[in-house]
Design a protein around this ligand. Structure first.
Ligand code: NLE
Ligand code: FE2
Length: 295
């Protein structure tokens, strides 16, 4: 029940000190050596990063900027139809560039005055407790490389489009960013691995892939749906279940595919009441009880 889908890819250091970020065989860039080299070089910028210092600049190629511009345009159109009003308001507040990839430093500087959130570059593999824990302090770990140009509509791993168009826009909302911070506080409060994984699954089915009733229809607020112009066209047809802490915390998912099980909140207040309150109050004992009830 608790096999962990890897969120960030593992990183290996080669003998010459350069790094290799693991890439699954199903990734569209798997057989493209030029892409793999770019991904490794951009990921290397994050190695040794000290929080609070400027995030190193990634010199993106024209082709990479074009991928951003294309995805940005497609998502801009689809968000009006499929994203929640709160997310749409937050995108206006943040004001990301549409024609070029913004630097993470720039994203961080746009975000901080709004909700206090700052970006931290991640080469790969950030331990769960670290990734979630620092959310409480307003730090968000982010990849800096971009998806493969052959498949702009969907990528099976977090990339700069997902982190920024999906997450930074949501983090520009006072109410969503508060939920991220509560997830962080919960992750720090628990001691057991099972409890931490339970919290991370609630995060997955809400801040990553959450949907809710909004303006009378099913709309997405989860970053993983909002960063893919392929998946965003499909989520309304998936298996939509009622928001339920025990169910979300124990349902298996595969990060590399369109999510076929989604959980629906009835409103933003409903999400805050159920998930916000859970994160604000949960501990190892209460989570163990929830898991036992499901089994
Ligand atoms: N599938 C997402 C996208 O294509 O934007 C990225 C991974 C989200 C966990
Ligand atoms: Fe994400």
């Amino acid at each position: 029940m608790f096999e962990e889908a890897q969120y960030f890819a593992p990183v290996a250091t080669r003998d010459d000190g350069s790094i290799e970020v693991e890439l699954g065989a199903g990734h569209p860039g798997f057989a493209d050596p030029v892409y793999r080299a770019r991904r490794n070089a951009i990921a290397a910028l994050a190695v040794g990063y000290v929080p609070g210092t400027p995030i190193p600049t990634a010199e993106y190629t024209d082709q990479e900027h074009e991928v951003w511009a294309l995805v940005s345009r497609e998502l801009g159109l689809k968000h009006h139809k499929y994203a929640t009003a709160e997310y749409l308001r937050a995108t206006e507040r943040l004001g990301l560039p549409a024609e070029r990839i913004p630097q993470l430093q720039e994203v961080s500087e746009l975000l901080e005055p709004l909700t206090g959130f700052r970006y931290v570059p991640a080469a790969g593999l950030v331990p769960l407790r670290e990734f979630y824990g620092v959310l409480e302090d307003g730090f968000f770990h982010s990849t800096q490389y971009i998806r493969h140009h052959s498949t702009p509509l969907y990528t099976p791993e977090p990339d700069v489009i997902h982190e920024v168009i999906g997450h930074a826009n949501a983090l520009a909302s006072d109410r969503y960013s508060r939920l991220y911070r509560l997830a962080g506080a919960a992750a720090r409060r628990v001691e057991g691995k099972e409890a931490l994984e339970f919290i991370s699954k609630i995060f997955w089915f809400t801040m990553e892939f959450g949907v809710m009733t909004d303006q009378g229809e099913l709309r997405a607020y989860g970053a993983g749906i909002l960063s893919s112009y392929g998946e965003i066209e499909e989520f309304r047809g998936m298996d939509i279940r009622p928001l339920d802490i025990a169910a979300m915390g124990t349902t298996h998912y595969d990060i590399t595919k369109y999510q076929d099980v989604l959980f629906r909140a009835e409103s933003l207040e409903h999400l805050e009441d159920v998930v916000g309150d859970f994160w604000a109050t949960c501990d190892d004992e209460s989570i163990t009880r929830l898991i036992a009830d499901v089994r």
